[in-house]
Design a protein around this ligand. Sequence first.
Ligand code: PHE
Length: 446
Amino acid sequence: MSSPTNSRDSFHSRIGFILAAAGSAIGLGNIWGFPTQAANNGGGAFLFVYLIVTVLLAVPALYAEVYIGNQAQKNPVSALIQACGERFKNTGRNAGIIGLVGAMMMLSFYTIVAGWMLAHALSALSELFGFIDLANWLSTSSTLRNIIFTPIFLLLGAFIIHRGVHAGIERWSGRLMPILLIMLIGLVIYILQQDGAQEGVALYLIPDFNQVLEPKLIISAMGQAFFSLSIGVGGMMVYGSYMKKGQDIGKLVLSIAALDTFIAFLAGLLIIPALFVAQHAGQEVFRDGNLIGEGQLIFQILPSLFASMGSVGLIVSFSFFTLLSIAALTSTISSTEVPVSYLVEDKNINRKRATWLVSAAVFVASMTLVAFFDVLFGLVIQLLTTILQPLMSLFYFIVVGWVWQRGNQLTDLAQLQNNRKLKAFGFYLRYFCPILLIIVFINVAF
Ligand code: PHE
């Protein structure tokens, strides 16, 4: 076990990568983040910009990230050092470390929200067994609830991760995701039949084109797209590195992005009409034209939706929040794998120890967020999704398009394989993507 390359675990199959990467992508970003953002940014306009940004920038960025990892077959820090070559070695290392910090930022708030999901699942269960007071406590946000459920979730994740990539991740990811998908579709069908839903569907599907060029909307949609595809913190890079070389990464990336986007779309189609159904039923959802409770939105809307189903509602609620907790777990695993793989491969710490070390660090970070929730929670999310993730993507574009082997790695590869599509894509990554991203940034800054 002395050489890190020999001790590297890997996915046993192509499908292993697909499941793990889809497990990373599909998570709270889709079902908690996307509908909340869409509801707060005009519905249809947000969806419209989100789809455009996903196709034009996020998918290429995901490609670049997976590609770098796959070529290097190393953890994100070493992979970026290698990709940057001797001349830009330090830049590569710094970028790798920034990504690692991003992964920790992601974990610091993600574990809190995942804890909310766990608490809501248990709340439905408690109600089912007649513990009404407990159920109420579990479904009401409080600092104490955060202090209890964030570590519970962290421990669950650590147990899976320390067992390694194959045993831990491949087996868990994807098993339960088909159920989540079916359940979402069922809930969408249910909500669309309720009074008031049509208004929500219209708001969600018909964009108001006066809004689509608003910088705030564009940057939120972009951040959401990068977050949803897990780009820019190295999680997808690690998974790419655990896959054997020579796979058609383009196809893999496209199918993961399509699935992820479809699930976010469905979640919007559930929550936004549900909002109007709740309003129709007399619940207050807007105050002075703004949504009440932003981050708490789905926790205000979903419980009344489940309650409207009668007694099966509790079972639906329990299953839904349990599935969401699992979806959150598979996303957490990919972020945790970033610092863990770095500690294992570059610092010679064994996997178990590395997992506990990282979990302890995340615990401290998330408790800091809990302690200064009002100031830090939103700020960390915003810093990560609208600044760090897009900047890291810009870096990936530059690395793959320009720096790697002092030229355009993809163009070289395309020439070797005489692949015209890849050549066009190489050109696109080299010029179009970085320029577009820079334009978006400048636009937002001024
Ligand atoms: N994509 C995940 C989600 O949508 C979140 C995530 C971001 C996971 C970054 C890993 C890295 O929930």
